[in-house]
Design a binder for this molecule. Structure first.
Ligand code: SF4
Length: 169
């Protein structure tokens, strides 16, 4: 079973996507956004390793959870293990939100060399994309830190072949 290097887990959150969610903070981030709330996640050798199976158990054993949110750090640094986790969460019938410092377009470019990235995007449900930009910080935005970031509905984006953003207000 795959292992992920993570900074920590929040078992029940209502601020990281729709419904009550288990949040996994991945370890390692190259983006270095000014004003980042989790700079302790930047060091790729920090944090600790956890079996994906343990994360799945926490989700399966809590019927209140709508799904999993993978935050950071930068989750796409661990694309192979992230794919395995996201596939198994889908098997459980729960949804997945992924926060990333890359834009959707950058990830599509990266996926030309790393096909797992495309598989993740086609399996997960939502993507919150783009670096946190201090100048565009807005505390009123649901589930996002700055207004450049988009809360993307991945299923609709692939079926409609254009980026479809969720409107949560
Ligand atoms: S992408 Fe997220 S975790 Fe990484 S530096 Fe930016 S705000 Fe921090």
């Amino acid at each position: 079973m795959a292992k992920l290097r993570i900074a920590g887990i929040t078992r029940e959150s209502v601020t990281d996507g729709p419904g009550i969610r288990l949040v996994v903070y991945t370890q390692g981030c190259p983006h270095r956004c000014e004003g980042c709330h989790n700079p302790e996640t930047w060091d790729v050798s920090g944090g600790y390793e956890i079996d994906s199976e343990k994360i799945l158990e926490l989700i399966a054993n809590n019927p209140l959870l709508a799904g999993l949110t993978v935050s950071g750090g930068e989750p796409f640094l661990q694309e192979k293990n992230l794919l395995e986790l996201v596939l198994k969460v889908a098997d459980l019938g729960r949804n997945t939100v992924i926060y990333t410092g890359y834009t959707f377009e950058e990830l599509m470019k990266i996926s030309e060399k790393k096909p797992e990235v495309l598989e993740i995007l086609q399996t997960a449900d939502y993507l919150v994309d783009g670096r946190f930009l201090q100048d565009l910080k807005n505390l009123k935005l649901p589930f996002r830190g700055s207004s450049n970031q988009r809360f993307i509905d991945l299923k609709k984006t692939f079926s409609q072949k254009q980026i479809v953003e969720c409107q949560w207000e």
